[in-house]
Write a protein that binds this ligand. Structure first.
Ligand code: AMP
Ligand code: TRP
Length: 346
């Protein structure tokens, strides 16, 4: 029997994941984990590049909360390896090695770097190196497919470029990964501004921007009923503004129906009716996730045990690739000859 193909993906523990994370990434991971060999990572080393989370107490809590949300959303440790990035040291080590073959110009072109460095007054080297660490995450597991939101496209392409460059210099070691996006839902937009994608950072400053996966039903209704649409009143399938299209996308993904079916259902109906239906669909999808999240959060030891076992399972996989990389680069010092004595140096 052919070996199962492997998927790898990650999420930063920078706060409670939102509906965009769920629809664009997490629900896709859950759907794929039975068919693929699945490895999912809570990218805490990446989160250190976000100044809001460098507070150690906050980061510790956010790692557990993110783990609880992923498990509550259906990530199943019986199928998938779920672990915290910093617990598998090969990630940081490979990131260093890959950094030595990555031109700075490639990193300076990354949209995330350009945007975030324009916002911050002091830019850490870690922000520039962020995609190199992400490449290390992916390449360590000989990943075939990376299920992510559309915003990660450039990072996955860069991962392939780094792998190819490494191969040119040192020979073939890595598997070249492909990105996989949720069709039609890889980019959920902000509810207060359908021109920008829903993001955790904007959600921190703008009350009606995002829907957090553990928000209360009242708050979900409030945000969706106030979602920005346009000057019209009724849904017209042949003339959807970005705000209305975003609501239709959310509804379509939550109810697993085709766009055509959803548009037919709402054609000529008022925006308020569309919004009320979207709000109820979000609430009923999140209700069981929230219940399970509360149960899991009440048992931090059980959560830690799942993460410990995930790291145990990830380490040998990552270690095997790291060894091959080091051998290719000439970092495999031969073992000392039999009988050699270190004490001779002393
Ligand atoms: P992050 O919270 O940045 O670590 O993102 C975790 C995953 O969610 C990544 O695969 C992102 O591409 C995905 N994601 C983040 N925001 C959105 C969005 N607004 N729409 C769809 N996917 C998203
Ligand atoms: N950079 C990704 C994000 O912000 C998170 C991430 C870290 C990731 N490592 C990864 C995604 C590896 C896919 C594969 O969403």
């Amino acid at each position: 029997m052919a070996a199962r193909r492997r998927i790898f993906s990650g999420v930063q523990p920078t706060g409670v994941p939102h509906l965009g994370n769920y629809l664009g990434a997490i629900s896709l991971w859950v759907a794929m984990q039975a068919e693929y060999e699945a490895v999912f990572c809570i990218a805490d080393l990446h989160a250190l590049t976000t100044p809001d989370t460098v507070n150690p107490a906050h980061l510790r809590t956010a790692v557990r909360d993110t783990a609880a949300i992923l498990l509550a959303s259906g990530v199943d440790p019986a199928h998938a390896i779920l672990f915290v990035q910093s617990r598998v040291p090969a990630h940081a080590e490979l990131a260093w090695l890959l950094g030595t073959v990555t031109p700075v110009g490639w990193l300076e072109r990354m949209i995330q770097f350009k945007t975030r460095s324009a916002e911050g007054d002091s830019v850490g080297a870690g922000l520039l190196a962020y995609p190199v660490l992400q490449a290390a995450d992916i390449l360590l597991y000989r990943t075939d497919v990376v299920p992510v939101g559309e915003d990660q496209r450039q990072h996955i392409e860069l991962t392939r470029d780094i792998a190819r460059r490494f191969h040119g210099l040192f020979g073939e070691v890595f598997t070249l990964p492909e990105a996989l996006y949720r069709s039609g839902g890889a980019r959920i937009m902000g509810l207060d501004d359908p021109g920008t994608k829903m993001s955790k950072s904007a959600g921190r400053h703008r009350a009606r921007h995002a829907i957090g996966l553990v928000d209360s039903p009242d708050s979900i209704r409030d945000v969706i009923m106030h979602a920005v649409t346009d000057g019209g009143r009724e849904v017209r399938a042949d003339d959807l503004s970005p705000g209305v299209a975003n609501l239709v996308t959310i509804y379509q993904l939550l109810t697993s129906r085709s766009r055509g079916e959803v548009l037919a259902e709402f054609e000529g109906k008022g925006y308020a009716m569309l919004k009320a239906s979207v709000a109820e669909a979000v609430i009923s999808t999140l209700d069981p996730i929230q219940q399970r999240y509360r149960e899991l959060s009440a048992e931090p030891e059980a959560l830690d045990a799942i993460l410990d076992s995930g790291a145990e399972r990830a380490r040998p996989l990552a270690g095997a690739t790291l060894e091959r990389v080091k051998r290719a680069m000439g970092l495999d010092a031969p073992p000392p000859p039999p009988g050699a004595r270190l004490s001779a140096i002393a």
